[in-house]
Design a protein around this ligand. Structure first.
Ligand code: AMP
Ligand code: MG
Length: 494
């Protein structure tokens, strides 16, 4: 297999990483290889599954790889840890994709590195399958994300609460630099390294900024913009990241580190799934403000680069962070309007539309209505009440509440110029019918871990490839879980 490596992170110097080779596994087996993605990346894909399994388990190093573990720090649940780093992941190398952009190729679960602390450097199969399914679903849902290139079994067990089969996932990101990467050097007062890292990030992820008069303020502003847009998208899909530690926030604005992440079924403003998020720090409705908290930590690391004068630097940081809330709000409102089919809008309608949308969310919360199905069924309703309303009404225990809301919504549709058909098509292009529901991801993991049966995983993956298209014979994938199927908690699986 030919991988067009173009490694530049290594040139930053040994302070930025520890050279580290994957630890071979006993019996690598290919679960899935993402041929489409490999093609986009310009990789020659005339491989057999045995050689792909060898490479993406870490048993064989592809030509041109310069494997290393990146160092970073991070605030974990608000507490600063000055040294984390890739403890169970390895950057195989960077490539220039067929589209001319640069990408990082990472193995996760590939054995210990200098940064493993007490961990084994491994991953169980479950988290590998979850990350594959959810990250590829996010891609199809048009949310910026790391991609999944390959998943393999290792033929070895990993020790967690019990013995579990091991796996390795190969992830591709436009960058694996995190807010925590900057924090590592800033915490040591090594601002020469912060600058080196910032220059590397600009060159790789924000090339137009290289010519900016104030490139570092520009960098902070660009990251603020991407995160505001990203988190708004999560909110519009009912996605809960689960561990928004600063080491899990990408400098390139992609969703990274799928651990205990989950999509909500029944709507609840402060939903939490992660078994370790005891105080709800990363609850659904906390995500926008945690985004700002993390970006403020990034700003702190950049202060000496923003201005020589410390007070002036703080002033610059404030000016760049200040618009985050407004940006987030406007992304959120624009996206929620699309979900509700409201295209005729002007600034003086913002308040009314926001109230209308929040009223819907409140009615959903009161009735624990399914988030995805509410918007999916809403996308099929016409401007006049009809029998079809019942699909939506059935999601609500108190149908009087949703009836009252529908009346307001239809009144608002009166301001629209587009007809029902155009509005419905537009709504259906943003309101998915399929998301990776927790209970289905769990079923795929159970079949694979307990029975060695990957067919459930492959079928779910296939359905999620077209999340906006209702597929014949696949209705069970759109359904909310039965009470006995509900997943209450998700786990990092570390
Ligand atoms: P995460 O919660 O997955 O973002 O991981 C936080 C930190 O713990 C990172 O530095 C990881 O590399 C490290 N880590 C997580 N699991 C393991 C493991 N099994 N072995 C070694 N390091 C790990
Ligand atoms: Mg992480």
């Amino acid at each position: 297999m030919q991988i067009p490596f173009d490694n530049r992170y290594v040139a930053l110097g040994e302070d930025f990483f520890a050279r580290s080779t994957p630890t071979p596994v006993r019996k690598p087996g290919l679960i899935r290889f993402n041929d489409a993605l490999a093609g986009e990346l310009g990789m020659a894909t005339d491989h057999d599954s045995a050689s792909a399994a060898d490479i993406f388990s870490g048993n064989t190093l592809p030509e041109g790889a310069e494997p290393l573990a990146m160092v970073y720090a991070g605030h974990q649940f608000g507490h600063f840890n000055p040294q984390l780093g890739d403890g169970r992941a390895i950057l195989l190398g960077e490539i220039s994709g067929a589209d001319g952009a640069r990408y990082d190729i990472h193995l996760k679960g590939s054995g210990p590195t200098r940064y493993s602390r007490t961990g084994d450097g491994r991953s169980a199969l479950g988290p590998v399958l979850r990350e594959y399914l959810v990250s590829e679903a996010m891609q199809q849902l048009n949310v910026p994300t790391t991609r999944a290139l390959a998943a393999v079994t290792t033929g070895e067990a990993v020790v967690r609460e019990r013995l579990l089969p091991g796996g390795v996932i190969t992830r591709v990101a436009s960058s694996f630099i995190r807010v925590g990467s900057f924090q590592y050097f800033a915490a040591r007062g090594d601002y020469a390294a912060v600058k080196q890292l910032a220059d590397y990030v600009i060159e790789k992820s924000y090339p137009p900024l290289a010519d900016n008069e104030k490139p570092y303020a520009g960098l902070l502003e660009a990251v603020v913009q991407r995160q505001a847009a990203l988190i708004a998208q999560w909110m519009q899909l009912g996605f809960i990241h689960g561990v928004m530690n600063t080491d899990n926030m990408s400098i390139a604005g992609e969703t990274i580190d799928y651990g205990p992440c989950a999509f909500m079924d029944a709507y609840q403003h402060d939903q939490v799934f992660s078994s370790i998020d005891h105080h709800g720090r990363y609850a659904y409705n906390q995500q926008p403000s945690i985004g700002l908290w993390n970006l403020s930590r990034l700003a702190e690391t950049l202060l000496p680069l923003l201005d020589e004068n410390p007070q002036a630097a703080v002033q610059v940081a404030h000016e760049v962070l200040e618009p985050y809330a407004g940006r987030y709000e406007s992304h959120w409102l624009a996206g929620m309007r699309e979900k509700c089919g409201l295209t005729a809008c002007s600034h003086d309608m913002d308040g009314d539309d926001k109230n209308l949308i929040e009223d819907l969310l409140n009615v959903m919360a009161d009735n624990r209505a399914d988030f995805t199905l509410t918007f999916y069924f809403l996308s099929h309703l016409s401007g006049q009440p009809s029998e079809q309303d019942d699909d939506l009404r059935d999601l609500f225990d108190d149908s009087a509440q949703i009836d009252a809301w529908l009346e307001q919504w239809r009144r608002r549709l009166g301001l629209e110029v587009q007809g029902d058909a155009a509005r419905q098509a537009a709504m259906q292009s943003v309101n998915p019918v399929y998301i990776p529901r927790n209970h289905q991801v769990e079923a795929a993991i159970r079949a694979a871990e307990d029975e060695g049966d990957f067919s459930v995983f492959h079928e779910l993956h296939a359905v999620l490839q077209k999340p906006f298209v209702r597929q014949t014979g696949k209705d069970r994938y759109m359904l909310a879980p039965e009470p006995e199927e509900v997943v209450e908690y998700t786990f990092c699986g570390t």
